[in-house]
Ligand binder design. Structure first.
Ligand SMILES: [Zn+2]
Length: 852
């Protein structure tokens, strides 16, 4: 049992297996069992445990887990206190079944579902006009799946605007009129023939379709092409023991998530690059020293010459044990070794030793030779314990200490731009080589993510930051990352009807060099969200037409799917460890009616999407002009919205202009907006450096927030606070984030969901008979498990007993009593004072405009 207690993740795997299959016996027959047993062996470091002993041990554990899952309210296990994340390990996740089917949805949410009719109406409502698009979403905003089928290449397209035919188009006898531009298109012979069989043409009956496109085998696709999933772990060895332990358990977790047939490579870096041959009987590492001289261009020898790529990439199904054994052998490079290699004197302070830039550049070059033949997309996980300080792409971390010296410059702006374009350029090379890089930084030192972030976000990967190794959710995050489906090589195209057009676009994508409003997405999962805002194409707005406004989103993407093979003599089909590349086209056409008056616009506001676009804008603004400028812009917008709203109210005679209504009391859709804006100003995204926001953390949040879908983002900005009268009974679904609200509610238990954090808080006056922490199978736990599952990252779960534990973590989220500019906790100001200041500015705007 010691191995399982020592290693929380193993416990999680076992629980996953147990819950997944529900029964003990199938586990023993399943090959997953031997993996678990093997992992136990490796993790426990007791290689001489006889297999039979291991089996018994694992069986007992699985049985215990199964019993515990089945038991109504188990007593807390004795190890809970000492191992917090053991106690909080996740339940089996439905999404965690390896190689889930691609999500069949696309979520499109508009800031306003009734569009402004004219440019004047848009100007006078002061609401952002745009859409948030989650093209590969697991579920769309209405729970409506697309109609699926084949023939994505056969959907008729408008000869004028190249829009796709949809059920919103009018069919004529010899042709069809385009729903976007109104052009009458004739049918060609093929289409006329196809449309005679409407059942075989999904686009005839649906406005949302997902269709397969035949892949040209010459282009590296089709059933005959084996595009295998390729994963490479790049591990920093200029690190601490603790860092390496965390990475080892994360990679063991990753191995559990990879499906048979995948290829896996292991590379390490410090002042040298280590290439692992994982296919032989014992793992062999070949080291190549990185030249300390920056003038030298890259490595003296190509990695391919050190070890052929196909020796480096090991098949996961046959080499899992050897990979695990190789991970065992990883050791931090000692500092004297690095010092000696870089030619420094023994007694000088060591500077340098993390040749990340050179290593990544060599790795991308190495992988590129098999792009298009072995793989269609290779994913690299780069684990970093600090800033690159050796070889190409080294980053000078002194600017962190120097920021206050930058007189007259916004200290927060000083650290937001990249130092050198190295990593942005490298990302472009990675994209060309079919390589996508996820960067996992585990450090509390300044690492200059502002420069490093481009390597991940511009190559289609994600950026993760963990401040310490103790309670890092890295193993869970990487397991999730690998377990969920992703699309790659995507092209996203937004078309609108002719009276309006897309303005700005937001998100981690690339504009097409040639075509307007075409975006390339290197790799995206079901959470990745992008946004557009709109402008009118001319001054008449929608007034010339009575037709609704139309938005058409076309999303072309590739997925890798396993090939099911039927064996010759049996009728049973089995996974063959072969994969094929599938290309699909998803088209969604939506109509929106223009609003007749401004009240209709306000009543149709989706505040989460408004916040979504606002956050994108403020991130761009703060990157360009600094955090202070960004804050001012957000505040100014809220005042303008309040002014416009009050002007609209007084113009239709509902309210006299005597007082400014800052609570949007006539419009429920807007009522949350002031709180959202206040919370945005209080969030670490926009809090000033003086309040202790680490610049790397700010960059991490910028990257995370600009990929989140609107509801998740709203939670991250203004967390949801739910009260419970007992672990099995919800009291109130939403409280405002204030101490006063907490006291007023008189509930003993609160659940706070801040997206990255989940906190269960027992008030100090809670009845001592209520079990703490809440029992395993209560309503509250069910809720928590559900929340954890539907998330792109693993939220950190914390239990706080108000009377006994330090409640600071929880209380920091009660923002409404905090001062908006962070000048400290004050008496009775906070949100109330903020509201007053916005009211004053709004009143000034109204006054000025009345006079002019
Ligand atoms: Zn058209």
């Amino acid at each position: 049992m010691a191995a399982f207690q020592k290693h929380p993740f193993l416990w999680q795997i076992l629980e996953h297996v147990a819950v997944e299959r529900s029964l003990l016996s199938p586990i023993l027959e399943n090959r997953a069992f031997s993996d678990v047993a093997r992992a136990a062996e490796i993790i426990s470091g007791q290689r001489r445990i006889p297999e039979i002993h291991l089996r018994v041990q694992a069986c007992q554990t699985v049985a215990a887990v199964t019993r515990r899952v089945a038991r109504p309210s188990p007593a807390p296990s004795p190890c809970r206190r000492s191992l917090p994340h053991l106690a909080e390990r996740e339940r089996a996740q439905p999404e965690a079944r390896a190689w889930s089917l691609p999500p069949r949805a696309m979520a499109v949410r508009a800031t306003i579902s009734r569009f402004p009719a004219t440019p004047e109406a848009l100007e006078s409502c002061a609401v952002q006009w745009g859409v948030a698009v989650t093209p590969f979403a697991a579920a769309d905003e209405r729970g409506q799946p697309p109609t699926t089928g084949s023939g994505g290449d056969l959907v008729p397209r408008c000869e004028h605007c190249w829009g796709y035919f949809s059920s919103h188009c009018d069919l004529e006898r010899w042709g069809w009129s385009c729903a976007l531009c109104g052009t009458l298109n004739g049918f060609d012979d093929d289409t006329a023939r196809r449309f005679q069989r409407p059942d075989a043409c999904p686009e005839l009956n649906a406005s949302f379709v997902d269709l397969e496109i035949p892949v040209d085998e010459a282009e590296g696709g089709g059933d005959a092409v084996q595009a295998r999933p390729v994963y490479v772990a790049a591990v920093d060895l200029a690190c601490s023991e603790e860092f390496l332990e965390l990475i080892k358990s994360s990679l063991l977790a990753a191995l559990e998530a990879l499906i048979p047939g995948s290829l896996f490579g292991l590379i390490t870096f410090s002042h040298k690059i280590g290439l692992y041959d994982l296919q032989g009987p014992i793992p062999v590492v070949k080291n190549i020293f990185i030249p300390p001289d920056l003038e030298e261009d890259g490595m003296p020898v190509a990695l391919e010459d050190v070890m052929p790529l196909l020796s480096f990439l090991a098949p996961i199904d046959t080499c899992k044990d050897r990979i695990a054994a190789a991970l065992e052998t990883l050791r931090p490079t000692s500092s004297w070794e690095r010092g000696a290699a870089s030619g420094q004197e023994e007694d000088t302070v060591l500077l340098g030793g993390r040749g990340f830039g050179t290593a990544m550049s060599a790795l991308i070059d190495y992988l590129s030779s098999e792009y298009g033949s072995t793989f269609a997309l290779a994913r690299v996980f780069a684990f970093l314990s600090g800033a690159p300080d050796y070889g190409a792409g080294l980053l000078d971390t002194r600017r962190y200490g120097e920021q206050y010296a930058s007189k007259g410059v916004d200290a927060d702006l000083a650290l937001l731009p990249e130092q050198i374009p190295f990593y942005r350029d490298l990302a472009a090379v990675a994209v060309q080589a079919g390589v996508c890089i996820d960067v996992f930084a585990v450090t509390d030192e300044y690492t200059d993510l502002a420069s490093l972030k481009f390597l991940s976000i511009e190559s289609g990967g994600s950026l993760f930051l963990y401040a310490n190794t103790d309670d890092s959710t890295l193993p869970q995050d990487i397991y999730r990352l690998l377990s969920r489906p992703y699309a790659f090589g995507c092209v996203l195209r937004l078309r609108t009807s002719s009276d309006f057009e897309p303005g700005n676009s937001y998100g981690h994508f690339f504009p097409d060099p040639q075509y307007e409003n075409v975006q390339h997405i290197i790799c995206c999962d079901s959470f990745a969200t992008y946004a557009y805002d709109f402008d009118f194409a001319h001054n008449d707005g929608f007034s010339r037409h009575t037709d609704p406004a139309v938005i058409q989103i076309a999303f072309q993407y590739s997925v890798i799917e396993p090939v099911e093979e039927t064996s010759g003599n049996e009728s049973q089909s089995s996974a063959s460890n072969k994969f094929c590349l599938k290309r699909r086209l998803r088209i969604r056409t939506s109509q929106y009616r223009p609003a007749r008056n401004i009240s209709e616009i306000y009543d149709s506001v989706d505040p989460e999407v408004v916040l979504h676009i606002l956050v994108h804008k403020v991130i761009l603004e703060s990157l360009e002009k600094g955090v202070r400028e960004g804050r001012q812009q957000v505040q100014a917008w809220l005042a303008l919205l309040a002014a416009r709203y009050n002007q609209a109210l007084s113009s239709d005679g509902r309210t006299p202009m005597s007082s400014i209504d800052i609570d949007f009391s006539q419009c429920p859709q807007l009522q949350m907006v002031p709180q959202l804006v206040f919370a945005l100003l209080r969030s670490p995204l926009l809090r000033l450096h003086e309040e202790g926001v680490h610049p790397d953390y700010r960059i991490y949040l910028q990257c995370l927030f600009s990929a989140l879908e609107p509801s998740s983002l709203a939670k991250a900005i203004y967390p949801v606070l739910i009260s419970y009268s007992s672990p099995d009974k919800q009291a109130f679904p939403r409280h405002s984030l204030s101490r006063a609200a907490l006291i007023m509610s008189e509930s003993p238990i609160f659940l706070l969901d801040a997206f990255t954090n989940l906190i269960v808080y027992y008030s100090s006056t809670a009845d001592p008979s209520i079990p703490f922490p809440p029992p395993r199978d209560c309503l509250l736990r069910t809720r928590i498990n559900k929340l954890k599952q539907d998330r792109c990252i693993t939220p950190k779960l914390t239990f706080i007993h108000g009377g006994k534990d330090d409640s600071t973590l929880f209380e920091n989220y009660l923002i409404e009593e905090q001062d908006v500019d962070g000048s400290g906790f004050t008496t009775g100001s906070g949100f109330v004072a903020f509201r007053e200041s916005v009211r004053n500015v709004a009143a000034e705007i109204v006054q000025e405009e009345m006079e002019s």
